[in-house]
Design a protein around this ligand. Structure first.
Ligand SMILES: [Zn+2]
Ligand SMILES: [Zn+2]
Length: 266
């Protein structure tokens, strides 16, 4: 029943819009809506002091620095992300992107998305580690680290060269598998929600890292932002095992062990 409804909506979309329009403007609209709607709450919590009990760092960003982030993001999204979606469409098409009905089975959609998450995390880890070398950090990645106290929207605040470089990690999975456009949209939504949560600056009792094994989340990535770039570690985007395997989470693990110890003594 739900699938029938989804299929009717999909049929409406592909009848009224071309695949090019859906894959470019459609993806852009979905990305913008999910990004700003999911990113704004943590900005508002920080401004109003709501949920301060769950804020990871006691420091807060000034409204002026929050505004600067939002304005820069709008500019980059229109001038970098949208043109990128347009020029990469033929490549996706070449690799087998489709938008026809019937929609793919959920087993295919979910297994492809799981593969994208694992591959993205692997590519992101190494790309991010390279960005923490001196020259690349000073000239490119330091922009993303301007916010040592991150809030959801800072997740995409980065130098345009970094958007291209680490954006590759996001698109390599879909580019390799030639997915259905619906799968691509779902991937965009989940990846945005994941990175916004990791930058939210809040660790709630209901945060996904409390329930999902191997998931990093806000506490894990917040540590990466508040430490000096040579000492930070925690380079992964989604999971914790890459940093564990390559020993780049030692500082974070030590801190967690210390916090656990202190909690036991209370
Ligand atoms: Zn970094
Ligand atoms: Zn970050």
């Amino acid at each position: 029943m739900a699938l029938n409804l989804l299929e009717s909506v999909w049929q409406y979309l592909i009848t009224n819009f071309s695949e090019f329009q859906l894959a470019t403007l459609g993806t852009f609209i979905i990305h913008e809506s999910v990004f700003f709607l999911s990113g704004l709450p943590s900005l508002l919590f920080e401004r109003s002091g709501l949920f301060s009990k769950y804020k990871i760092q006691k420091k807060a960003n000034t409204p002026a620095s929050q505004d600067k982030c939002v304005l820069r993001l709008i500019l980059y999204h229109i001038c970098v992300n949208l043109p990128l979606m347009i020029v990469s469409y033929p490549a996706f098409k070449f690799m087998g992107l489709k938008s026809s009905v019937p929609l793919p089975p959920w087993t295919v959609v979910l297994s492809q998305i799981l593969f994208y998450f694992i591959l993205e995390d692997f590519v992101f880890y190494w790309g991010h580690r390279i960005l923490h070398t001196k020259w690349l950090y000073q000239h490119i990645h330091s922009i993303h680290h301007e916010y040592a106290t991150p809030f959801g929207l800072t997740s995409e605040y980065a130098h345009p060269a970094e958007i291209l470089f680490l954006g590759f990690a996001t698109v390599v999975g879909p580019a390799l598998t030639g997915p259905h456009l619906l799968t691509l949209w779902l991937w965009v939504v989940l990846r945005v929600l994941e990175t916004v949560e990791a930058h939210s600056g809040y660790h709630f009792p209901w945060s996904p890292s409390n329930f999902l094994p191997l998931y990093g989340g806000a506490d894990f990535h917040d540590y990466h932002h508040r430490l000096l770039y040579t000492k930070s570690g925690n380079y992964s985007s989604t999971f914790v095992y890459m940093d564990w395997l390559f020993g780049t989470d030692k500082g974070y693990r030590k801190l967690k062990a210390l916090e656990d110890e202190q909690r036991k003594q209370l």
